[in-house]
Structures are given as structure tokens and as C-alpha cells.
Ligand binder design. Structure first.
Ligand code: NAI
Length: 468
């Protein structure tokens, strides 16, 4: 048993875990973080958000060179891409970011305990390293072990032909036909990467719309745009089997409600039907940590589990499985442990889909407001009426603002369009500050910028948009 007593041991170094470790160290706690990967940063940095964005940017540059530059009067002759260089750049982006976290750990004197962490007892974490297992004592334990791809019965992932997002980030060649199971965020982002690089992409979605958790207008518009880019959709459909016969994968697809099956072949199948909390081998049963009905770790408003001194944040608990949500929770949890109070407004957590153009949302969707019986007003403004968007030749999409019919408070905002993921920050701030649509409408926005679409959509809530 190691004699070093910690104030906090964090298990998992993803955005929830490493940020909590930094914040706790800033507040004077003695902190260690257990990570079994050879690099810090978790799924997001190693096999998620960061490498996918690297490939999305590279493939978008290629697609723009092919299809987007001539309209600007820029002709560059024949265009080709070099996949190994693209992949090597992606790997370097990941490596540089991971070294950044190592630097931050050193700066804040956070110990990285390399190995697999298990809760041996309240106040004790066992770390199984390459050579031995050590037990560390600590006042508090924070579980931030994230999530893993959800499996689907009849589909055996081998990360070669039938892949999760992890395998789809490292294919050695562009597949002729990529079948994506699941029209959610991963399916559309990674489907876009390979479609831009020349793959025929078919997305099979169980429900009758893609991006089913987003506002219906976003789903509809994104499907139209992606369809125009060449992505094919089979909605209200389910894959019942996928057999890898060496060269190809044979898939059987049926209507979601049952009916006649169809057979298609794919070179690669990407399984992207959601993620589930990753709690395997943590020793939760032995210390009596209770899970909720969806196998997530149950926590109270202070992120404490039913076992005093054991906390959890991020994908392992309720709420959106998003890196920035985990980060916010990590910060608040660390502050609570240091004796401060903390609070997160779950309605002000934006979500971004990094397709081309991007889709972004914050707060309630129209469907959610309808379901809750809330009276609301809508203000919508198209990018096609914005001067900067026209100058950029990026006129697809809209900003849609939903405001309370009585108080005018902004309840939700939804964007499809260039830089939607950046623009949404203004609307998250509006929700966090309890702003009204009039507040947004009366805020001076620089001209010409894409953000003027936000101002115009806010004006449109009161029926007084200036440019439509
Ligand atoms: P998701 O929940 O976004 O989408 C899964 C999709 O699969 C849904 O549309 C669902 O209806 C569909 N589906 C479920 N079962 C199916 C079946 N049997 N056959 C066909 N379709 C089926 O999950 P996804 O894309 O796997 O992403 C996992 C998590 O990672 C999400 O929580 C997502 O928010 C997060 N993520 C976030 C990113 C971002 O913020 N840009 C990027 C990638 C992932």
C-alpha cells in the first residue's frame, strides 16, 4: 500500500476527469489521476472529438478544393489527397494535445497513476499497472471513466471491416461503400469524412429522422443538405445482421416496424447507435455504488454517489454525453470538494454536429416545448439573407430562436449553417444569463458577420427582422 494520502483520486483522464483534477489542484487539493491508456485525454482526445475534427477539416479542405473554389474564380487543376499524410496529421494533432495535458498535470503537480483503476474500498483505489498493483488512499474518489460504443445484436465489431468510431478514424483506404448504422452525431460526422474522400455512404437509421434528439427543423434541413452532398439515407430501418465474408460485409436491412428484408453489401460498416457508460472492472458492486435504470452511476446534485466520498461526472452519469458537459461537471465537482458551491444549467449546454455546414443547438427544441405545453414564439432567419454568408458562398441554413410567448425569455436556439458551432456560444450565453429575444435583438452585432443571423432571428421573434 502506498502511503501517499490524496485528497482526490480521479479515475479517468478524459475531459471530465482531467479538468476536475486541474480545478481541484488549483484549489489546493492533493490530486492524482488514474489512466490506463498510454496517453491522457480519454476518448475525446484519443479516439473521439479531436481526431474526428482533424479528419473533418482535412476532408472538407479536399471537398472544397474539388467543388467549392471554382465559384470564387480559383482554379487549381487536378486535386488529389494523400490518406497517410492526412492520418499522420490527425495523429500529430492528438499527440500534441495529449502532451498539453501532461504539461498541465506537471504544472499543477497532479500525479498520473498509470494503469487500470479499481475502487478497492471507499477511500482506496487500486491501480493495476504493467508490473504490479498498488493501492492508494484518498479522501475522495471521482469516477470519470466515460463511455463506450453501444453494441447491436447481430453485429460483431472487429474494428477492421465492422468498426466503431475508433476504427473509422483509422481506415487504411477509402471504402467504396460505407454503411453507417445510426444517423446520429458520429454517423453523420464520420460518414461525411469518408463521403468527401470518395466513399458511397448509406446511413441506416432506426427512427424516421436523422439527428432525432435535435430540433425537427435541424434534422430536416441537415438531411436535405447531406442528401445533396451524396449521402444516402434509409430511415425507419434496422440492420438485423452483418456478416463479414472477408472482402465485403453482407447486411440485412428490414423496415423498423418489420417487413420484407433487403440485402446490401458494404466494404466497411460503421456502428454508431449511441454510447453506454463505461464502468467495467471499477469494483462498483463491491463498494455498493448504485446504478440507475439505464446503468448509469446514480449521483445527487453534488455529483456524489450513494457511497460517501465517491463521486462521478461525465458520460457515466445522467445527461448529454458531451465532452464540455463533462468538463463543467468536473469543475463544479472539484469546487464542491473544496468547500465551494457549484451549479450547472443543463439547458445551457450546447451541442454541435461538425458536418458541412455545422448544426448546433442549445436549450429546448420545438418538439420539447410542445410536449411540455409551453407557449412559445419562433424567430427564424436564413443564412441566404445574410451579406457575409453570401460573400462566403455559404448560404445554406438558418438560425431559429424559440422564446417564451409571455416573458420573451430565450428557451432554445437551433442553427444549421457555416460556423454554427461557434455562433451557438452567443445563444448559450443568452440562455445562461436568462436573456430575452429582445436583449439579443437590441445587441449591436458587427457587420458583416454571420452572427447577424442571430440578431435577425431575435428580431424575427417580434416579427421585425430587417432583411427578410
Ligand atoms: P447518437 O445518440 O447521436 O445517435 C445514434 C443514432 O442511432 C440515433 O439516431 C438512433 O436513433 C440510431 N439508432 C439506435 N439504434 C439503432 C438501430 N438498431 N439501427 C439503426 N439506428 C439506430 O449516438 P452516436 O452518434 O453513436 O454518438 C454517441 C455519443 O457521442 C452521443 O451522445 C453524441 O452526442 C456523442 N458525440 C458527440 C459529438 C459532438 O458533440 N460533435 C461527436 C460524436 C459523438
Amino acid at each position: 500500500m502506498s502511503q501517499t494520502p490524496y485528497d482526490l483520486i480521479v479515475i479517468g483522464s478524459g475531459p471530465g476527469g482531467y479538468v476536475a483534477a486541474i480545478r481541484a489542484a488549483q484549489l489546493g487539493l492533493k490530486v492524482a489521476c488514474v489512466e490506463k491508456r498510454r496517453t491522457l485525454g480519454g476518448t475525446c482526445l484519443n479516439v473521439g472529438c479531436i481526431p474526428s475534427k482533424a479528419l473533418l477539416v482535412s476532408s472538407a479542405k479536399y471537398a472544397e478544393s474539388l467543388h467549392g473554389l471554382a465559384a470564387h474564380g480559383v482554379n487549381i487543376g487536378s486535386v488529389f489527397f494523400d490518406l497517410p499524410t492526412m492520418m499522420a496529421r490527425k495523429d500529430k494533432v492528438v499527440k500534441d494535445n495529449a502532451s498539453g495535458i501532461e504539461y498541465l498535470f506537471r504544472k499543477h503537480k497532479i500525479d498520473w497513476l498509470q494503469g487500470r483503476g479499481r475502487i478497492a474500498a471507499a477511500g482506496q483505489v487500486a491501480v493495476e499497472g504493467a508490473a504490479d498493483t498498488k493501492i492508494y488512499t484518498t479522501k475522495n474518489i471521482l469516477i470519470a471513466t466515460g463511455s463506450e460504443s453501444s453494441p447491436l445484436s447481430g453485429i460483431a465489431v472487429d474494428e477492421k471491416r465492422i468498426v466503431t468510431s475508433t476504427g473509422a478514424l483509422s481506415l487504411s483506404a477509402v471504402p467504396e461503400h460505407l454503411v453507417v448504422i445510426g444517423g446520429g452525431v458520429i454517423g453523420l460526422e464520420l460518414g461525411s469524412v469518408w463521403q468527401r474522400l470518395g466513399a458511397q455512404v448509406t446511413v441506416v437509421e432506426f427512427l424516421d429522422r436523422i439527428l432525432p434528439t435535435m430540433d425537427g427543423d435541424v434534422s430536416k434541413t441537415m438531411q436535405k443538405i447531406l442528401d445533396k452532398q451524396g449521402m444516402q439515407f434509409k430511415l425507419s430501418s434496422k440492420v438485423t445482421s452483418a456478416v463479414n465474408d472477408g472482402d465485403k460485409v453482407s447486411l440485412q436491412i428490414e423496415p423498423a416496424a418489420g417487413g420484407v428484408a433487403e440485402k446490401i453489401q458494404a466494404d466497411i460498416v460503421l456502428l454508431a447507435v449511441g454510447r453506454r457508460p463505461y464502468t467495467e472492472g471499477l469494483g462498483l458492486e463491491s463498494v455498493g455504488v448504485v446504478l440507475d435504470e439505464r446503468q448509469r452511476i446514480a449521483v445527487d446534485s453534488r455529483f456524489q454517489t450513494n457511497v460517501p466520498g465517491i463521486y462521478a461526472v461525465g458520460d457515466v452519469i445522467r445527461g448529454a454525453m458531451l465532452a464540455h458537459k463533462a468538463e463543467e461537471e468536473g469543475v463544479v465537482c472539484a469546487e464542491i470538494l473544496a468547500g465551494q458551491s457549484g451549479h450547472i444549467n443543463q439547458d445551457a449546454i450546447p451541442g454541435v454536429v461538425y458536418t458541412e455546414p455545422e448544426a448546433a443547438s442549445v436549450g429546448k427544441s420545438e418538439e420539447e416545448l410542445k410536449k411540455a405545453g409551453t407557449d412559445y414564439k419562433i424567430g427564424k432567419f436564413p443564412f441566404s439573407a445574410n451579406g457575409r454568408a453570401k460573400a462566403m458562398n455559404e448560404t445554406e441554413g438558418f438560425v431559429k430562436i424559440l422564446a417564451d410567448a409571455k416573458t420573451d425569455r430565450v428557451l432554445g436556439a437551433h442553427i444549421v449553417g457555416a460556423e454554427a458551432g461557434t455562433i451557438i456560444a452567443e445563444l448559450a450565453l443568452a440562455i445562461e444569463f436568462g436573456a430575452s429575444s429582445e436583449d439579443l435583438a437590441r445587441t449591436c452585432h458587427a457587420h458583416p458577420t454571420l452572427n447577424e443571423c442571430v440578431k435577425e432571428a431575435a428580431l424575427a421573434v417580434a416579427g421585425r427582422a430587417l432583411h427578410i
